[in-house]
Design a protein around this ligand. Structure first.
Ligand code: ATP
Ligand code: HSE
Length: 319
């Protein structure tokens, strides 16, 4: 469930007064997602998404996220376009939160990603990287490499209750990954959370890239590493090199990787696995048992990390 904040009909009607998108016809909470409260909204003018930003999103970052989405949508990337109110604002207060309305994107996210999804995903990610090049403001990646040691520290030894020895194993992998982290690769704005549930497909083509609330300015190839983790492992945690090859080919057809980027893939994949292992572990420990949100298993990313730790070179990823 992801409706943390209830919006009454009266509050919504008053909110919509500020916009030029007609009158409400239908309005319902969306169960998916864990970070923010999302509602689907149909008005006399069309379909929209209403998002109320919850605690994990820093309000100071919101103009950057919405500005990036606006920039990408203007370049025909299929990402939600924030709708501006009559006074020009794209962020407005609602029910004690800051809220935004964006356009609704058609399509469904793939519950079982296949090789056929991976090529278009790679190409769309590369197009997103290129389209973002001239979006001037930057945002440091709070969940990038510098963010991982403090996150691990905040988890204490609790990983050992999830799997004996986990904390020590992750600490060793983290130290080695940070020591080998590439500094000088091409960088720009990345999505940083382009998981299957953030990518919509319609008739085998990508129809939507959503959820830009972890986006940041960081290494382009790190975004690829996030996707190799999220899209290219099977339910038994075996790595599917055919998916990886398709993803990388799709990406390189639009934006070829430099030799240094290709060479860095194994270490970037280790870092990406550690990032999701740590945020999931943190949430695992800090989500109350009676919370309505389904916790994601940190060990899913432990098994991925194990694969990346034994990968010798980019050849293990199909390049
Ligand atoms: N622009 C959009 N068009 C259509 N559906 C959308 C759009 N934005 C969000 N949704 C719907 O809302 C759901 C949750 O959105 P989203 O993933 O952004 O939530 P979140 O709580 O911020 O995310 P997460 O838990 O993935 O970090 C999506 O799975 C999708 O069903
Ligand atoms: N994609 C993240 C969740 C929050 O974005 C995960 O699967 O851990």
């Amino acid at each position: 469930m992801a409706v943390y904040t209830e919006v009454t009909d009266d509050a919504l009607a008053a909110f919509l007064e500020g916009y030029d998108i007609g009158r409400m016809v239908a309005f319902r909470g969306i169960a998916e997602g864990v970070e923010n409260s999302n509602y689907s909204l149909r008005t006399t003018e069309g379909d929209f998404i209403l998002t109320l930003y919850e605690r994990r999103v820093d309000p100071a970052d919101l103009p950057w996220f919405l500005g990036l989405m606006e920039h990408l949508a203007a370049k025909s990337l299929p990402c939600p376009l924030p709708v501006r109110a009559r006074d020009g604002a794209n962020l407005n207060p609602l029910a004690g939160r800051i809220a935004a309305i964006t356009t609704f994107l058609p399509g469904v996210w793939p519950r079982r990603p296949t090789v056929a999804h991976c090529g278009p995903l790679g190409a769309a990610m590369a197009r997103m990287h290129l389209a973002g090049e001239d979006y001037a403001p930057t945002r440091a990646n709070a969940l990038g490499p510098q963010g991982w040691p403090p996150l691990l520290a905040r988890c204490g030894d609790s990983g050992d209750a999830v799997r004996p020895g986990l904390t020590g194993e992750v600490r060793a992998a983290l130290d080695a990954t940070l020591a080998a982290w590439p500094g000088a690769l091409p960088r720009g704005h990345i999505h940083a959370d382009l998981f299957p549930d953030n990518v919509f497909f319609l008739d085998h083509a990508i129809s939507g890239l959503i959820d830009f609330y972890f986006a940041a300015t960081d290494l382009y190839a790190y975004d690829i590493a996030v996707c190799l983790n999220a899209w290219c492992f099977e339910p038994d945690f075996s790595f599917n090199i055919t998916k990886s090859r398709a993803l990388l080919r799709g990406y390189q057809a639009v934006r070829p990787l430099s030799a240094a980027e290709t060479e860095a893939l194994p270490v970037l994949c280790r870092g990406a696995a550690i990032r999701f292992l740590l945020t999931r572990l943190y949430d695992w420990i800090n989500t109350p048992d009676d919370a309505l949100v389904t916790r994601k298993d940190p060990l899913d990313y432990y098994w991925r990390l194990r694969f990346h730790l034994q990968a010798g070179s980019a050849a293990d990823y199909g390049v």
